[in-house]
Write a protein of this length. Structure first.
Length: 792
């Protein structure tokens, strides 16, 4: 129901004088139903209404949005809100509209009709909009900026709010280059107060944000980062949630849980979620395949759960998010966004930077890099930052976060209703090595400049702090707060963390961890350090990790309309690839690097490597299980799809094995991962086709040869639920159509990964063809290269 705008009008009557506290509280109560302002909300609102810049540092879930939403209602005119995520804008605008508040967002996800309507309103003499949410990229476009300037010239712009302002600082944990462009706002729109808001900014980041946005004499409002309702242990949480009957076992009381001491971390998590009751939870993972696998496992264990990551298509992703927000699903297993985003940019640069390539070791890493480049135009980051489901009771990190800031931000999704909630963190040495590797390579390889080295050191230092948090036994709460520069008394925790509540248990587990892991002990320290060398990581794991991420092509980005990666791609292609001859040089260097790699390997190493790279039976079994989990999810997604899970999983696994079993573990795993991702987005027709096609190549079962003929597809499409596979087969057998069979097969098989030599020679062949047929301009060369990269 729409509320009348009475309070706004009545307040706007007095706005020329001053909007007093009473009037503001009235707006808060009328529109939002909250009785009083929280923390520093009122101070922030009063500051910006008086025309003063403000930097607002409030904890996650502290109510920062209110600091710009109330000013939007206290004055006529528009509040411009800059947001990093489309999902976040949508979520906020929807909530505001439900309250009858005129709010809109502008993004590429809208139809041009919707966008035009918003623009018309903005250009009208008296816009009805109160809040306009936009992405930083849109702000940077000249067209939109000139529109803003016109609104500003007409005196209709009240306030500029920059949400998640830490993204502007390269010192912050989620730096977004596009946020940097916001520094022009002060000059372009003079006299308009700027409100910067964030939950995570260490002093250095605070300073950087204020300087970058050219804030003038800003009011700096800092609330404590402490989230008293988040428990970093299990027992007190269970009790305060009324779960007395569920007494957690010893391990269940812990906040940091050690994967290396567990037989089955998946099972441990399933038990944990069950022991918490059927509560709302977020599980964060580093990789999409873990998301898929883990979600499959949880579903098998009766937990209402879905995976959420950028490998899913837009429709599925929003339906998962809707289901989760509306409590139809209780647990969402999601990837952490911005880390991936950086990795993708790094791929583009690694591929084009030969100095780096000559350093690379395993052959298959080339492919990861090359394929990574293909996603340059399509960022694939997903995050749940700022999505306001208030009753998240458990946030679990299934892989170690990259920094304390990231950990705080992500675990802070819990308990936004201020009720008791729980944070759980799974720590594993392998995860730690993987993250260490990503951080040590991603920044240092972006540019070979000293600033990039510095950035790499910074992120490694931030990560080491996180490792310390997992491997030491001091109060967790104190440690989190101290990482933000807050000094707190030891009593603050009140035994709401595992280290304070169960110190002996924590010490015991740490001791066991030390004994069980083959790790480095640094003298005088109880910490277990990961060696700083990237070769600590198993090459196969790295390869699969990269490839897995790369093959998400087809999924649209949803950070925002970000042009960051496009900028990078352009600048790299312009600066590093000015001509075709340079590109040839680079390709030759790549070849030499590859040769060197193989020449430098000793025969011993090679045979060892071969052994290590063999696809074992147990790996094949595990892959089958993984595919079966993915098929189960697909079956649920596609409602009542009739397939035999075991047979289909076995078929798909055999397909992967046939294709890459001989090429080694890494290629095989990559193909399995790719198939799992394909399953998460495929439709019934394609799935049936593929399973059918598989059998068609089986000589022992010639009947299925015609399985992917169009008649079966048409039948399935007409009546996807009632029509059984047997019926389709029967129908198909009467109408064989080998020609179409071939085209279907081609349409649905996954693109093969070429060997590096194949890649290079196909490139050469194409170059030869080109040089024969026509002389191209450097610009055309560049376009061709970009196209080729996209097609990889
Ligand atoms: N004065 C208030 N009284 C009660 N509830 C409030 C008040 N202000 C905000 N809230 C509620 O607190 C919740 C969190 O608010 P909001 O989303 O603005 O937090 P945030 O600080 O932006 O968090 P994040 O850093 O996670 O984005 C919302 O559900 C909001 O309705
Ligand atoms: Mg927020």
């Amino acid at each position: 129901m729409k509320k009348s705008a009475l309070p706004v009008e009545s307040v706007s009557g007095i706005e020329k004088k001053k909007c007093g506290k009473e009037a503001l509280v009235k707006i808060l109560r009328w529109h939002f139903g909250h009785s009083e302002f929280r923390g520093k909300q009122l101070e922030a609102i009063e500051a910006v209404l008086s025309g003063r810049d403000c930097f607002c540092l409030m904890p996650t879930g502290g109510g920062k949005s209110m600091c710009y939403q109330i000013p939007a209602l206290a004055r006529t005119g528009i509040v411009l809100v800059v947001c990093p995520l489309i999902a976040l804008m949508e979520n906020q605008v929807m909530a505001l509209k439900e309250k009858g508040i005129a709010a809109e967002f502008l993004s590429s996800t809208q139809t041009s009709q919707v966008r035009n309507k918003i623009h018309e309103d903005l250009e009208s003499g008296k816009p009805s909009l109160r809040l306009l949410y936009v992405t930083p990229e849109l702000i940077a476009t000249p067209g939109f900026m000139s529109k803003l300037s016109k609104i500003h010239a007409r005196g209709l712009l009240n306030l500029i709010a920059i949400d998640e302002a830490h993204c502007i600082s390269s010192w912050g944990h989620d730096f977004r280059p596009s946020y940097r462009k916001l520094s022009s706002l002060r000059n372009r729109l003079p006299g308009i107060p700027i409100l910067a808001l964030t939950a995570t900014a260490v002093p250095k980041v605070q300073k950087d944000v204020m300087e970058s946005l050219c804030l003038q004499n800003p009011l700096l409002l800092k609330s404590s980062f402490n989230r008293p309702n988040i428990h970093y242990e299990g027992q007190l949480f269970s009790m305060s949630c009324g779960l007395r009957s569920v007494v957690p076992d010893a391990n269940g009381r812990l906040h940091v849980r050690y994967k290396d001491l567990m037989d089955h971390p998946y099972a441990d998590l399933a038990n944990l979620l069950k022991s918490c009751g059927n509560v709302c939870a977020i599980v964060y993972c580093l990789e999409r395949t873990t998301c898929d696998d883990l979600a499959g496992h949880l579903v098998n264990n009766g937990i209402s759960c879905a995976a959420y990551h950028a490998g899913l298509n837009n429709k599925l992703r929003s339906s998962v998010l809707d289901d989760w927000i509306s409590s139809k699903k209780q647990v969402v297993v999601a990837t952490v966004a911005f880390g991936y985003y950086r990795i993708q940019i790094q791929h583009i640069q690694l591929f084009l930077s030969l100095e780096e390539c000559s350093l690379c070791k395993p052959k298959h890493m080339f492919f990861g890099w090359i394929r990574g480049g293909s996603n340059s135009g399509a960022l694939t980051a997903v995050d749940l930052v700022g999505i306001d489901r208030k009753d998240v009771r458990v946030v679990c990190h299934f892989n170690i976060p990259k920094s304390m800031e990231a950990f705080y931000q992500e675990s802070g999704r819990a308990g936004r209703d201020q009720l008791p909630s729980r944070s759980v963190l799974y720590y594993g040495m392998d995860d730690s090595k993987k993250m260490h590797f990503i951080l040590s390579t991603s920044k240092s390889k972006e540019k070979s400049s000293s600033s990039a080295d510095g950035a790499s050191k910074k992120s490694l230092a931030a990560f080491n702090q996180m490792v310390g948090y997992c491997q030491e036994s001091g109060c967790r709460r104190k440690r989190i707060l101290e990482s933000f520069g807050e000094q707190v008394p030891a009593t603050l925790c009140n035994k709401s963390c595992d280290a304070c509540k169960h110190p002996n248990l924590v010490a015991k587990y740490l001791e066991e961890l030390r004994n069980s892991c083959a790790v480095h002990h640094l003298s005088g320290s109880s910490r277990i350090y990961v060696s700083s060398s990237s070769d600590m990581i198993d090459e196969e794991q790295v390869s699969e990790f990269w490839n897995r991420e790369d093959e998400a092509s087809g999924s649209d980005e949803d950070i925002s309309d970000s042009d960051d990666a496009i900028d990078v791609a352009k600048s790299v292609s312009q600066s590093s690839l000015p001509s075709k001859s340079k590109l040839n040089d680079r390709i030759q260097l790549l070849e030499r690097a590859e040769d060197n790699y193989y020449r430098n390997k000793s025969p011993d190493k090679q045979s060892n490597k071969l052994d290590k790279n063999v696809v074992s039976e147990s790996l094949r079994e595990a892959s089958k299980q993984r595919l079966s989990n993915a098929l189960l999810q697909t079956q649920q997604r596609l409602a009542n799809l009739q397939i035999d899970l075991e047979t289909s999983a076995s078929f798909l696994e055999t397909e992967c094995y046939k294709k890459y079993g001989k090429s080694g573990k890494s290629f095989y795993c990559s193909q399995v991962a790719s198939t799992v991702r394909w399953l998460s987005t495929t439709n019934s027709t394609d799935l049936m086709n593929r399973i059918g096609m598989s059998t068609s190549s089986n000589a022992e079962n010639p009947t299925v040869k015609e399985n992917s003929c169009p008649t079966s597809l048409a039948l399935l499409e007409q009546n996807p639920i009632e029509t059984s596979k047997e019926e389709i087969l029967l129908d198909v057998r009467s109408e064989p159509s080998p020609t179409v069979l071939q085209s279907n097969s081609e349409g649905i098989s996954l693109p093969p990964i070429p060997s590096f030599a194949e890649f290079v020679s196909s490139r050469k062949a194409k170059d030869n063809r080109l040089s024969k047929s026509e002389k191209q301009t450097p610009e055309e060369d560049r376009k061709n290269l970009e196209k080729r990269m996209r097609l990889q």
